[in-house]
Design a protein around this ligand. Sequence first.
Ligand SMILES: Nc1ncnc2c1ncn2[C@@H]1O[C@H](COP(=O)(O)OP(=O)(O)OP(=O)(O)O)[C@@H](O)[C@H]1O
Ligand SMILES: Nc1ccn([C@H]2C[C@H](O)[C@@H](COP(=O)(O)O)O2)c(=O)n1
Length: 225
Amino acid sequence: MTASLPPVIAIDGPSASGKGTVAARVAERLGFHYLDSGSLYRLLALHAKQRGIDWSDEPGLAAAAAALPVDFSCGGMRLDGIEAGNIIRSEEIGIGASRVGALPAVREALLARQRAFRCLPGLVTDGRDMGSVVFPDATLKVYLTASAECRAERRHKQLIEKGESANLPQILHDIVERDARDAARPVAPLRQEPDALLLDTTALAIDQAVDQVLGWFAARQVSGQ
Ligand SMILES: Nc1ncnc2c1ncn2[C@@H]1O[C@H](COP(=O)(O)OP(=O)(O)OP(=O)(O)O)[C@@H](O)[C@H]1O
Ligand SMILES: Nc1ccn([C@H]2C[C@H](O)[C@@H](COP(=O)(O)O)O2)c(=O)n1
């Protein structure tokens, strides 16, 4: 008899849809671990930039990904021993993450690192292929989205609140372009899988989205699916 693996809630969706916010809050409510998989692609893009590795150099990036010097302990995100949680949130690094994430050897090199986050009592994770590739046996798969305009407005508000300059039309353009690249790639593309439940948060508050995910997860546990 094989021991059952810890449960996983996989939340995938386009950029600025609120995946990270919802996933982190669901994890907190359940006392589960949380993995922001996009941060790994972002840290790799930053690391490559710092090391002069081109974002199209697949063998160079795959080698860098396999040995990525990241440390998620103490609640932060250290790259080469330096806190990088803020710097990886830039639009430039987001674009870099999307470019390196399109390369199959890079995705393969990051797979085991992501799966290692699956620990008791459970994991909530967000990204683009959490339900399709990384955790295909996830207990619950959610495709979380919102209209592109709504996502751009949320990102704009987020940047302004952080005291950063932000241009709404440019943000909308960048979001649409990045999603198109993530959806068009042949490996692990951004899309709603048939077994993922759709959660459109365009007209929902964060707490409503969190409650919906928790409700779906509770129902799965009762039905044993
Ligand atoms: N339902 C919601 N209503 C209003 N604002 C929301 C909602 N969900 C998320 N937000 C806000 O939208 C912004 C973007 O959310 P978040 O960073 O979680 O998105 P994301 O999908 O993880 O983005 P990325 O893919 O770029 O990492 C945040 O400021 C967050 O507070
Ligand atoms: N599972 C993942 C997560 C992220 N990426 C790539 C594609 C995204 O545009 C980019 C940044 O992700 P974000 O932090 O915005 O969630 O990283 C991916 O390919 N697969």
